[in-house]
Design a protein around this ligand. Structure first.
Ligand code: NAI
Ligand code: MG
Length: 335
């Protein structure tokens, strides 16, 4: 069966790393009889906004909504106007962010191997901000039992799943229910309730304590379940432990659709130079393969990236002098 993959490179190095990831997916397709992709390219971001006045054309939204999965690069100034609606287009309720250190890459904490499962629709990012007077602005934090339970159901399936890298059979819920008693109280209760139903072991940790303990001893954590803002900040903290943004993939998963993107942005300082590290985008493509059920192919891509990170060639962010194209070519050769 042909699967439709929407490809939205966006701005800056999105235009460099997404084509590299597509090249890897094409190599996977050529090597696996059961993988058949149709790539549909669509525009979004600053360049489109400059040309048309709209950062996310309806046609792009519709292409993403109708695809089986999407590979997205990055958008610049218009990032929020692009990525938030695209996450909605795929009905995403969880953002999956693995932070893993790789052999051969200089990392602050080489033993780090943590996956964040971040609530992706509510919390303080639900968009309810108000300016009430010259002096006063407020923000309403939204937490529903249903979204918390949906996240927890996903987490239970995630830790039960034998596919992909193993991160143990339990998870840690990170929260601040001692202060946000109502909202994080509800979140915590819902997550524990679902974990109990599934017989999954759920530890908990206050988010501030977690921010100290993670960098001191990352190996005590495997899968971490968090509200929206906490997951955004803490997964970036984890990114800092493993050697930088060029390595971190992510997935926005919905009930019937999903969008995969490197965690990094458009990197204006190196955009156009052809030296962006394609690893984060290629690892995002590996997550896309696994999401579509091509588990062996996803693992092959992961292994190929790991081999190239270990042996080179490497891009300048990892201390090398290779181009994006040389690295993606090496990944394809490993496949
Ligand atoms: P950034 O992630 O683009 O860059 C931060 C630093 O990391 C830069 O020094 C950059 O060169 C380096 N870097 C990032 N990815 C790299 C890669 N693959 N290879 C080598 N080096 C890499 O974050 P920054 O500078 O804060 O934001 C730049 C623009 O990107 C902004 O306009 C921002 O709005 C946008 N952005 C978009 C995101 C999205 O579309 N999801 C996410 C984050 C930022
Ligand atoms: Mg962030």
């Amino acid at each position: 069966m042909t699967e439709r993959i929407a490809v939205v490179p966006g701005d800056g190095i999105g235009q460099e790393v997404v084509p590299a990831a597509v090249e890897v997916l094409e190599a996977v397709e050529a090597a696996n009889a059961d993988v058949d992709f149709e790539f549909v390219e669509a525009d979004a971001g600053d360049a489109v906004a400059d040309a048309t006045g709209v950062p996310l054309p309806d046609a792009t939204y519709d292409t993403v909504a109708a695809a089986d999965a999407t590979l997205f690069g990055a958008a610049g100034e218009t990032a929020a106007d692009v990525i938030l609606p695209l996450r909605e287009a795929v009905g995403s309720f969880v953002n999956v962010r693995p932070a893993r250190a790789y052999p051969g890459v200089d990392a602050v904490r080489p033993e780090t191997d943590v996956v964040f499962l971040r609530e992706n629709t509510e919390g303080v990012y639900a968009g309810h901000e108000n300016r009430l007077s010259e002096d006063l602005s407020t923000l309403t934090r939204v937490v529903t039992s249903s979204a918390s339970r949906q996240l927890a159901e996903f987490a239970c399936e995630f830790v039960d799943d034998d596919r992909g890298p193993d991160h143990g059979d339990g998870f840690t819920v990170v929260h601040k229910s001692n202060v946000m008693r109502e909202t994080d109280g509800r979140f915590l209760e819902a997550v524990h309730d679902v974990a109990d139903d599934h017989g999954v072991d759920a530890d908990e940790e206050l988010m501030d304590a977690f921010a100290t303990k993670l960098p001191m001893n990352p190996s005590q954590y495997g899968v971490v379940v968090t509200p929206n803002l906490a997951g955004d900040v803490l997964s970036d903290l984890a990114a800092g432990l493993v050697g930088g943004l060029g390595l971190l993939p992510s997935a926005n998963i919905g009930e019937e659709n999903a969008l995969f993107e490197p965690v990094h942005g458009t990197a204006p300082d190196i955009a156009g130079d052809g030296v962006a590290n394609p690893a984060a985008a290629v690892l995002s493509a590996a997550m896309l393969l696994e999401y579509l059920g091509h588990d062996a192919a996803g693992q092959q891509v992961r292994d190929a990236v790991e081999a190239v990170l270990a042996d080179g060639p490497r891009t300048p962010d990892l201390g090398g002098d290779a181009s994006t194209a040389a690295v993606s070519q090496a990944i394809v050769e490993h496949l």
